[in-house]
Design a protein around this ligand. Structure first.
Ligand SMILES: NC(=O)c1ccc[n+]([C@@H]2O[C@H](COP(=O)([O-])OP(=O)(O)OC[C@H]3O[C@@H](n4cnc5c(N)ncnc54)[C@H](OP(=O)(O)O)[C@@H]3O)[C@@H](O)[C@H]2O)c1
Length: 325
């Protein structure tokens, strides 16, 4: 067993109903995890943070470990996942679910590719929540769940689902080169070190999978979603579309028919009046269309520390109130 350093911490506040706080570990303390440290609700007590880089002094009085064994040794009730979307995170989160811990994650890759995790958590009476994985500060999955609860028959979804791509396309439309636009997105904290999943449409495809699961209980294969990459755009293409009076957008679409659900992520030239065209910078915007013609539009900041952490904290608050599974 790994020896744990002793940190002087103030007594954790009790949840409003006076039940003891849920004992949590936080995986990752970057853009999203750092925001969660600032915003975690009183019903959750973060006992440890997992990071790649050692921080001997801890973070806000909380010990930081680099070995997953050390955080699991604390036997947490809840694992909060703000790790990059890679296989390391998938292995750690799968272990947390298998051990019967609640999981709240911002990681769309793991959530989309491992539908078994949400099912296993549910079978164990535990939560597997991933609201912040889609839409950042725009409550996309929350709205999808509400439409289902209201009995609305959604048949089509159309949206700008990737804040980094939208930010990059806006800069390309002004004549900036792709490398410069990506560097600006990274400097702003929207794009990950490797932005290919954003630019290639894979990130948006993961989000479509999560929306389809929430709306229709369908488990789509992410790798079967047809995508188009911003990296393959000819130089000046977005600026040429802008000069023609339209706006180039990365658009994710879901269409439900009698034979199944079709998902695509394409680059589309949209009229300036279109709500998706009016979604600027790192914004996200999703339109849910129902078979009776009803439409529901959800827009908000799709990336960044505060909007994403606030969405994750919403899942934590619902978990504390016993409202998510
Ligand atoms: N950023 C956004 O706007 C946004 C929006 C929605 C969803 N998300 C999702 O949220 C997750 C986190 O994104 P982020 O932007 O916060 O990433 P980030 O800023 O790069 O932070 C990643 C954190 O994970 C830690 N980490 C990386 N590899 C690790 C490993 N092998 N073992 C232990 N710790 C490791 C890093 O440690 P160090 O600090 O030591 O480097 C860092 O604290 C991702 O899955 C992303 O897709 C992000």
């Amino acid at each position: 067993m790994t020896a744990l350093p002793v940190f002087a911490r103030p007594a954790a506040p009790f949840a409003p109903d006076q039940s003891p706080p849920m004992r949590a570990v936080l995986l990752g303390c970057g853009v999203v995890g750092g925001g969660v440290l600032d915003l975690a609700p009183a019903g959750v007590r973060i006992d440890a943070v997992l990071a790649r880089t050692p921080r001997p002094a801890g973070l806000s009085g909380i010990p930081v470990f680099t070995d997953p064994e050390a955080v699991f040794a604390l036997d947490p009730d809840l694992v909060i996942d703000a790790l990059p979307g890679d296989e390391t995170a998938e292995i750690i989160v799968a272990r947390a679910v298998a051990e019967g811990r609640h999981v709240v994650t911002a990681n769309k890759r793991t959530a989309a590719r491992r539908p078994d995790l949400a099912k296993l958590a549910k079978a164990n009476g535990k939560t597997f929540a991933c609201s912040s994985a889609v839409g950042g500060g725009a409550p996309v999955l929350e709205t999808a769940a509400k439409l289902v609860a209201l009995g609305r028959k959604t048949t089509r979804v159309r949206g700008v689902l990737n804040g980094t791509s939208n930010y990059v396309l806006d800069r390309l439309a002004k004549g900036e080169a792709l490398a410069e636009a990506v560097a600006a997105a990274q400097a702003a904290g929207f794009a990950e070190a490797d932005p290919s999943a954003d630019l290639d449409g894979v990130d948006a495809a993961h989000k479509l999978v999560l929306i389809a699961r929430t709306l229709w209980g369908e488990d789509l294969d992410v790798d079967a979603v047809k995508t188009e990459s911003i990296s393959n755009l000819p130089d000046g293409a977005a600026a040429a579309v802008a000069r023609g009076g339209e706006v180039l957008r990365q658009v994710g679409r879901l269409t439900r028919t009698a034979t199944g659900v079709r998902a695509t992520v394409r680059l589309e030239a949209l009229s300036r009046a279109d709500a998706l065209a009016r979604t600027r910078n790192e914004g996200n915007c999703v339109l849910f269309a129902a078979e009776d013609g009803d439409a529901t539009l959800v827009c908000g900041k799709g990336a960044g520390r505060v909007p994403t952490a606030a969405s994750l904290v919403g899942d934590l608050a619902r978990l504390c109130q016993g409202r998510v599974q």
